[in-house]
Design a protein around this ligand. Structure first.
Ligand code: AMP
Ligand code: TRP
Length: 343
């Protein structure tokens, strides 16, 4: 490349649904990575409200959740000099490319998606929406519109990312190079945080039970109470393990590690000979202290009522430029007639 060619940083795209309160699973599996990676990439961090409506949402809560997610992205340390923060429904190219990709996706691929099966199983069969089924094609559109090189997500999104890559490869081989093939980025510790009340199920922001998840905006005493009540086992050893019988202890250690970035050996040495009560107290403190500055910044950001909407308006304008360039190329490749009034 010649010296005068401006070099573009590789791109990141990721998103979180504005349904319910963000949990420490969202923080450790996604947001913490977003912050760490941001200065080496041109980042697009989305609030995926169109994904949220694949299951029923209360309109006021959805609006509130959308602004709350945006404020939490900033409160975690996402900086606008590195990242564009925007709302998915503000950029209509997502809906349009989602439809187009849906037409290129064999149903057999969608039938294999385990997240669909899990989410559908939680609802009455007749009320499961077609949108929940085609959700992965919208996620593929989110990623491919920005020509993203890297997609930092938790472990549960691996299958969706594979489908995105398969779709992009298929489209490129049929129509010529159009999409960048994205790589997934999964955190070493914290890729999969489990429920405190049931360490065999993923911690989820939509689980109704009170002692299931620690939310990012929980008060310190609430966090302590939830962690002290976490399900463990009747044994005693404190070490990292795949043994499902000790999934509760393993989950607490994983949370401890993701918040402290200490090595496995250092953590096991710290808790050698200690009881589960000591472990829980220590985990509660690292979570409380890890969230404290984020919560403080969240309060500051939301004290100014117009700030978040302003950030989102600027984000949408920037995102549209990138997304529409890709969408125009796709329209042309597949044979849609150019709309001359669109200029
Ligand atoms: P969602 O809550 O499904 O919108 O997920 C948003 C992001 O958080 C995705 O990257 C997920 O992989 C990640 N995430 C959600 N729950 C967890 C969890 N329990 N452990 C790790 N990552 C998670
Ligand atoms: N499906 C993701 C989840 O439930 C959210 C999501 C939607 C996403 N679009 C995305 C994540 C694009 C990464 C990139 O967690």
């Amino acid at each position: 490349m010649s010296e005068t060619t401006p070099t573009r940083l590789p791109r990141i795209l990721s998103g979180i649904q504005p349904s319910g309160q963000l949990t420490i699973g969202n923080y450790l599996g996604a947001l913490k990575q977003w912050v760490q990676l941001q200065s080496d990439y041109d980042c697009y961090y989305c609030i995926v409200d169109m994904h949220a409506i694949t299951v029923p949402q209360d309109p006021n809560e959805l609006r509130e959740g959308t602004r709350r997610n945006a404020a939490l992205y900033l409160a975690c340390g996402i900086q606008l000099e590195h990242a564009t923060i925007f709302v998915q429904s503000h950029v209509s190219a997502h809906a349009e490319l989602g439809w187009i990709l849906g037409c290129f996706t064999p149903m057999g691929w969608l039938n294999r998606m385990t997240q669909f099966k899990d989410k559908a199983a939680k609802q009455q069969a007749e009320s499961v929406s077609a949108g929940l089924y085609t959700y992965p094609t919208l996620m593929a559109a989110d990623i491919l519109l920005y020509q993203a090189n890297l997609v930092p997500v938790g472990d549960d999104q691996r299958q969706h990312l594979e489908l995105t890559r398969d779709l992009a490869q298929r489209f490129n081989s049929q129509y010529g190079e159009t999409f960048t093939i994205p790589e997934g980025f999964f955190p070493k510790a914290g890729a999969r945080i489990m429920g405190l009340d049931n360490p065999l199920a993923k911690m989820s922001k939509s689980d109704p039970s009170e002692y299931h998840a620690v939310y990012m905006l929980d008060e310190p005493d609430r966090i302590r109470k939830k962690i002290m009540r976490a399900v463990t086992d009747s044994g005693s050893g404190i070490y990292f393990t795949d043994d499902p019988a000790k999934a509760g202890v393993n989950n607490l250690l994983t949370i401890y590690q993701a918040f402290t970035d200490e090595t496995t050996e250092a953590i096991e040495a710290r808790f050698a000979g200690k009881g589960y009560g000591d472990l829980k107290k220590a985990v509660a403190e690292v979570v409380v202290e890890g969230l404290r500055p984020i919560q403080q910044r969240y309060r500051e950001l939301t004290a100014d009522s117009g700030l978040i909407d302003e950030v989102l308006a600027q984000g949408a304008a920037k995102a549209r430029l990138v997304a529409n360039a890709t969408l125009n190329a796709v329209r042309d490749r597949i044979g849609f007639l150019p709309a001359l009034d669109r200029a």
